[in-house]
Design a protein around this ligand. Sequence first.
Ligand SMILES: Nc1ncnc2c1ncn2[C@@H]1O[C@H](COP(=O)(O)OP(=O)(O)OP(=O)(O)O)[C@@H](O)[C@H]1O
Length: 359
Amino acid sequence: MTVPPRLEVQGLTRRFDGRAVVDDVSFQVEAGQVACLLGPSGCGKSTTLRIVAGVDMQDTGRILVDGQLVCDTQFRIPPEQRAIGLMFQDFALFPHLPVRDNVAFGLAGGWKANRARVAELLERVHMSRHIDSYPHELSGGEQQRVALARALAPRPRVLLMDEPFSGLDERLRDGIRDETLALLKEEGTAVLLVTHEPHEAMRMADQILLMRGGRIVQQGAPYNLYNAPVDRQAAGFFSDINVLTGRVRGALTATPFGEFLTPGLPDGAEVDIVIRPQHLKIDFDRAGQGPAPTPQNGTAARARVTRARYLGRESLVEFTSDEGTITLNATVPGVFLPPPGTPMWLMLRRDRVFVFPRG
Ligand SMILES: Nc1ncnc2c1ncn2[C@@H]1O[C@H](COP(=O)(O)OP(=O)(O)OP(=O)(O)O)[C@@H](O)[C@H]1O
C-alpha cells in the first residue's frame, strides 16, 4: 500500500474581486520534507498558505493531510483541529508569559504537564537557560527560536512558515536557518515555507514551488530550478543574468559568440540566449587575437571593460562588446579589477547557456 503524502494540495483557486490570485495550484509535501513557495511579492504565496492553515477559504480545490480530507468547497475542518502548526512573519510570543509557558501554550495541561517536552525543545533550540525569561528580555533571534519551539511543541503534522526569518538581522539569518532546518528534519514535520528570497529557498528547500501570477510555474529540487529554469524569468529569479537576443534562421540563431541550436522554432522567431555571469569565460587580448573556438565554449567575441567592482568573494566586471551593442556582466572569483577600456575576449560556457523563445 502506498503511503499518501503528508500534505496534498489539489487544484486550489482563490479569487478576489473576480481575479484569481491563486490559480489552480497543486503540490505535495512528504513528511520530513521542506517545500518552499517562492515568488515575487503579490504572486499568491501567503494566500495559498492561509488557505492551508484554514484562515481563508478556496473557491475550488481541496487539501488533504495524510490522505484525509481537511477541506474542500463543502467540507472544512476548523484550523485548530488540523494538526497544522503556524509560524508567521511576526511570530509574536505572548509578552506576559515566560518562555516555558509560551512553548507549552498549545499543549493540554500547559507547562506543568509537559515539562519534558518543553525542556527537550528548549535544549534543541539552545534556549534552556532562558526557560524563565520573558520575551522582552530576549533578542530577535532568541525570540525566533522560542517561537519555533512553540510551533513544534504539539508535534504538528504540517508546519506552515510565512517569511519566518525576515525580521532577523541579515548576519544571524543563515545560522538560524540552518539550526531551524536541522530541528525540522529531526522532528520529521512536513514544512511549507513562504519566502520571496531565492537564497532562502535554495538553502532550506527539498522542493521549490516557484509561483508567478497565482500559478506554480516550476517545481522541483533547488538544483533543477537553478540549472534547468523553465523560462527567462525563472532563470533571472535566482541570479543576475545576461541576455542576448537573436532571430532563428534554419533552426540556428547567430550571435557574436557563434551559432546556437534553436530547433522547433520558425524562421524569424525571436530567441533569448541566457547565461549567468559566473558562466562567462574571460581571456586576455593578444595583439587583437583571442582564443580559438571550441565545442565547449563556442566562438570568442571581443569586448572592453566598462567597470569592475570587488564584491568580497568575487569581482563583478561589466563589458561592452566591440560593436557597442551588447553589455555583459561576468563574475570572477577573488580580485580581478582590470581598468576600464581593457580589451578582453569573452566566451559562453555552452553547457550553461539557456535558450528560450522570447515570451
Ligand atoms: N483579502 C484580500 N482581498 C483582496 N485582495 C487580496 C486579499 N488578500 C490578498 N489579496 C491580493 O492577492 C494577491 C496575492 O497576495 P498574497 O499576500 O498571497 O501575495 P504574496 O505572494 O504572499 O505577497 P507578499 O510576499 O507581498 O506577502 C495580491 O495582489 C493581494 O493584493
